[in-house]
Design a protein. Sequence first.
Length: 424
Amino acid sequence: MTTQPPATQPPATQSRFAGAVPFSGPRFHVEPAALYREMRHEHGAVAPIVLDGDVPAWLVLGYRELLHVTSDPVLFSRDSELWNQWDRVPDDWPLLPMIGRKQPSILYTVGERHRRRAAMMSNAMEAVDPFELRRCAERYADELIDGFCGRGRADLIAEFATLLPVRVLARIYGFSEEQGPKLVTAINDLVNSTENAIAGQVFVFTSMTALVAAKRHRPGPDVVSRMLADRHDFTDEEIVQDVMVMTVAGHQPTADWMGNSLRLMLTDDRFSASFSGGRHSVGEAMNEVLWEDTPSQNIAGRWASRDTRLGGRHIHAGDLLVLGFAAANADPRVHIEGGGPTRGNSSFFSFGHGEHRCPFPAQEIAEVIARTGIEVLLDRLPDIDLTVAPGSLVRRPSPWLRGMTELPVSFTPAPALGDLGDNR
């Protein structure tokens, strides 16, 4: 297929988005906090950005402005059909998996239908047995650690963090154990907006379609079967789309939450005691990451349903607003960087806000998986050390999700639990 180049921006659009910052590049990966400070200083709480293909949008940097946007689903809609830039978007645009058009998923559903779909998903996830969830996370964590504990070295991202969440989610959603790990590469391609993003989306969609069809004919004690039993008038396609959302949103941010927390604990002396057998600061590290190094950096998005003003900007009907979770968390009006512990303070934007925030049962599942994985790792390998300089660690190239590409460590080799006959 031949893709037409995007149309040139009209003069009025160029004027409104003057000084727009490209929404890509190494600074989003290497030093996003500094970049957000500069953007806030230059443009204020709402900054003009340009997406791939010279497509303009707004990045909401201010905490109060983001709270306003996410609290008003009528003025700032989740309906992507409102976007005034669709005529500039080619069919093979790499951001389409993150900014979808005509997608019948819960992400782009509004009003009462969205509330009913959210309730269906929340009820299905809330029914997950928390004790079984933890046992499942412990078992898979032990199996993954068994694969490298005898070597005395490992990459905690490739060999642990990026594998554990999807294995647990696959189990509670109804996938076979063999299917879960096969989704990892496709999900990473999708969220990283690489040249393989659309291919990754197709693979995930195909896998979800097969799962929903299988569970419709042979239900089991799993999340997807419970959604199908409580489906109301939702079609198979809508449920497939929602399971895609649950899997992608449940896996990669949780993997990054684990990886970013482990990085903090390995590089910050405040948490060094945890690697001598203690667990008391695991929760503190995980909470600090949600403030200072949140996996969900930026989310697309909301679309203005009419002309309005936000953060001193004139927002036109149909303009896209990208939600800057990381930037809002660091807004100096509400959060002083390095100003004190964040223990007990959960007013971060890392799970969103308003009607379209991450459902509470999903948040709880993610926390159980991430915390259990880290705690099992500390129990099994208490003397882990980073084998490279902290400054050499590289972030995955995505403006949407912030995570490590690798986390190389060394430790005293330990026997695999399977070799000792452990049946946990």
